[in-house]
Design a protein around this ligand. Structure first.
Ligand code: IPM
Ligand code: MG
Length: 347
């Protein structure tokens, strides 16, 4: 059980430390952790946000526990040297194409949501976000037009095989849940989305038990706050998935609670909280580590096949919340380590 721990920037190291304590408390036989630099920290030490040694360690692991990348001191660097390139590079180099971002309201947290409690209480959805394509990885640049105006441009595209493989992930996930899949696109405007929709419809023929619907992304953003309980699994592209998953996190109550798994065609996966490096609170011991602990649970489930252990960790987090332990993100006063301690006690 070789786990690469890439804690990264900002609050990454603090929250990752608590998730590692949880993994170690499970006394898994053969658990071996290897730490490596990534993001702004790696740039400052080695001149690159994703040093080759880090990529090799990640490639040779069974799973990667990832904290966060992002450092305001790096914002004016050339794009390929910015910390964000590390996570994009890992996703691409390791073929981590399927991003699972579950969002559900924990019992007792209905009031934390930006939505009315009765609306929030019904949230139990999974966003399946494509992670290797779309406008994220297309050609891009800033050019000067003949008339002297500067123009920024980014190429959006999806090939049919890219859509097909993520569609299969979406349908299979729906089969294992409530049997409903909503494909989100912008087919009324974008050709990329038209192809997306056509391919999802083709794949649907293989999953007659799954009820498929399509929704434009603007409507999906609206429905997520109007009636989020209608969603079971949402499958969407890289950019729309990025936006909708942040939105879903606030529907749940806090971005400090949302975990994610980025999966390849094999068992290798990368597990990270969706919240990012939060430089404004870094190093203060107030970040909520729950999203990272829940990401470690997904690691146990998807890369190590330890479903019972995963469920045990998730239950410990749920119990911690039910007992009233709250980080600053939820209006409480528990710090990072105190939350970690509380989870460990219940584990
Ligand atoms: C996420 C993040 C990343 C993304 C950034 C850090 C590049 O927002 O994982 O959602 O846009 O995918
Ligand atoms: Mg994001």
């Amino acid at each position: 059980m070789k786990i690469a721990v890439l804690a990264g920037d900002g609050i990454g190291p603090e929250v990752t430390r608590e998730a590692v304590r949880v993994l170690e408390a499970l006394s898994l036989p053969g658990l071996a952790l290897t730490y490596a630099d990534v993001g702004g920290v790696a740039y400052h030490r080695t001149g690159h946000p994703l040093p080759p040694e880090t990529l090799e360690i990640a490639r040779n692991s069974d799973a990667i526990l990832f904290g966060a990348v992002g450092d305001p001191a790096c914002d004016s660097l050339e794009r390929h040297l910015r910390p964000e390139q590390a996570i994009l590079g890992l996703r691409k180099e390791l073929g981590l194409f399927a991003n699972l971002r579950p969002a559900r309201v924990f019992k007792g947290l209905e009031d934390a949501s930006a939505l009315r409690p009765e609306v929030a209480g019904a949230i139990d959805l999974l966003i399946v976000r494509e992670l290797n394509g779309d406008v994220y990885f297309g050609e891009k640049g800033i050019r000067t037009l003949a008339d002297g105006r500067r123009q920024g441009w980014d190429m959006m595209s999806y090939a049919d095989d890219e859509v097909r493989r993520i569609a299969h992930v979406g349908f299979k996930a729906a089969q294992g849940r409530r049997g409903k899949l909503c494909s989100v696109d912008k087919a009324n405007v974008l050709e990329t989305s038209q192809l997306w929709r056509d391919v999802v419809c083709e794949v649907a023929a293989e999953y007659p038990q799954v009820e498929l619907s399509h929704m434009y992304v603007d409507n999906a953003a609206m429905q997520l706050v109007r009636n989020p309980g209608q969603f079971d699994v949402i499958v969407t592209g890289n950019l729309f998935g990025d936006i909708l998953s942040d939105q879903a996190s606030m529907c749940v109550g806090s971005i400090g609670l949302l975990a994610s798994a980025s999966l390849s065609e094999g068992t290798l996966g990368l597990y990270e909280p969706i919240h990012g490096s939060a430089p404004d609170i870094a190093g203060q011991g107030k970040a909520n580590p729950m999203a990272t602990v829940l990401s470690a649970a997904m690691l146990l489930r998807h890369s190590l096949g330890l479903e019972a252990k995963a469920a045990q960790v998730e239950a410990a987090v749920a119990k911690t919340l039910a007992d009233g332990v709250r980080g600053a993100d939820l209006g409480g006063s528990h710090g990072t380590v105190a939350i970690g301690d509380a989870i460990l006690e219940r584990l």
